[in-house]
Design a protein around this ligand. Structure first.
Ligand SMILES: Nc1nc2c(c(=O)[nH]1)N[C@H]1C(S)=C(S)[C@@H](COP(=O)(O)O)O[C@H]1N2
Ligand SMILES: [Mo]
Length: 312
């Protein structure tokens, strides 16, 4: 996102996925001819355990889903590398059991949850959401999870809980890029309490009916479909209720480029590129980006009276 100069941007970031996959296959084929045992084609994406008892949701889009193999091989998860295929290749070192999530701060019932308790906290739903990355691509992903509001109800926030901070695991033995300073670790994101309580805000534990693949943020990640993808913190170990807006990782990295709200907004450009259009992964022609990523009917009221150029 910020780290790469245009000249450094790998082809995977600016090329439609089919094109680069074909190119990779071609290059792999050439390499195989040159050094047969040394290189092989990339392994197909691994499938996980099926999740049981998933209910459909009225919040799902009917748009065509992005194929499983694209959702699980074209990722942003800088803890495992900055290239789109790095997370799928490297995230196997992440250990997702046992996994504890501390829910703390301005709440009456702070506690540490085991991930398997969280899986039983509320009925699991399938939510087919659009995901719009700030880089200009988008996908449609059938998440499995439950509303964050269900967890918030359990811990009973106090009047001082104005914001919620989400913190990713910090363990350089499991997350190799945390030995580098490419970002200020651990990855931190945040929401205003009303955004966190909004019925669209999801804690995801799966996708395509299966346990969440590691590269997608196993075992627990946030999904906030009307905001740019980077708000959706992966592999969460702490949910912290606070009085002041958390300083997020991307605000620290480039405060003029990434604000706290980060609502998808085709009218407010990133300082270095337009946000008016997006490329849906798997499609050739660009689409118009929709206000609040198409969720304006549900979320515009949260921002009534706010200047979205100031609060970007
Ligand atoms: N911990 C962590 N969470 C993260 C990221 C990251 O680098 N580290 N990348 C973000 C970005 S930029 C996007 S677009 C989404 C991508 O989610 P996906 O790979 O499951 O599609 O994850 C977000 N969550
Ligand atoms: Mo992103």
């Amino acid at each position: 996102m910020r780290i790469l100069k245009p000249s450094d941007i790998p082809a995977t970031e600016i090329t439609p996925r089919e094109v680069y996959l074909k190119r990779r296959q071609f290059l792999a084929g050439m390499a195989a001819l040159a050094a047969a045992p040394a290189l092989s084609a990339p392994a197909p994406p691994a499938h996980g355990a099926r999740l049981a008892g998933i209910q459909a949701s009225r919040f799902s889009t009917s748009e065509a889903k992005t194929p499983f193999d694209a959702v699980t091989t074209y990722n942003n998860f800088y803890e495992f590398g900055t290239g789109k295929s790095d997370p799928a290749e490297n995230a196997h070192t992440l250990k997702t059991r046992p996994w504890a999530v501390a829910v703390e701060g301005a709440v009456k019932r702070a506690r540490v949850y085991d991930i398997d308790e969280l899986l039983k906290l509320a009925p699991l739903e399938e939510r087919i959401y659009r995901l719009r990355c700030v880089e200009g691509w988008s996908m449609v992903i059938p998440w499995v999870g439950f509303p964050l509001a269900a967890l918030i109800r359990h811990v009973e926030p106090t009047g001082n809980a104005k914001f919620v901070e989400f913190v990713t695991l910090h363990d350089p033995r499991q997350m190799p890029l945390q030995r580098s300073s490419v970002l200020d670790w651990p990855y931190v994101e945040g929401l205003r309490i009303d955004e966190a309580n909004h019925p669209l805000t999801l804690l995801a534990v799966g996708l395509y009916g299966e346990v969440l693949p590691k590269q997608n943020g196993a075992p627990l990640r946030l999904v906030v479909p009307w905001k740019y993808g980077f708000k959706s913190a992966k592999s969460i170990v702490k949910i912290h209720f606070v009085e002041k807006a958390p300083l997020t990782t991307w605000m620290k990295a480039a405060p003029n480029e990434y604000g706290f709200y980060s609502n998808v907004n085709p009218q407010v450009d990133h300082p270095r590129w337009s946000q008016a259009k997006e490329r849906r992964i798997g499609e050739f022609f660009k689409r118009e980006t929709l206000m609040f990523n198409g969720y304006a009917d549900q979320v515009a009221r949260l921002y009534r009276g706010m200047d979205l150029r100031t609060y970007f």
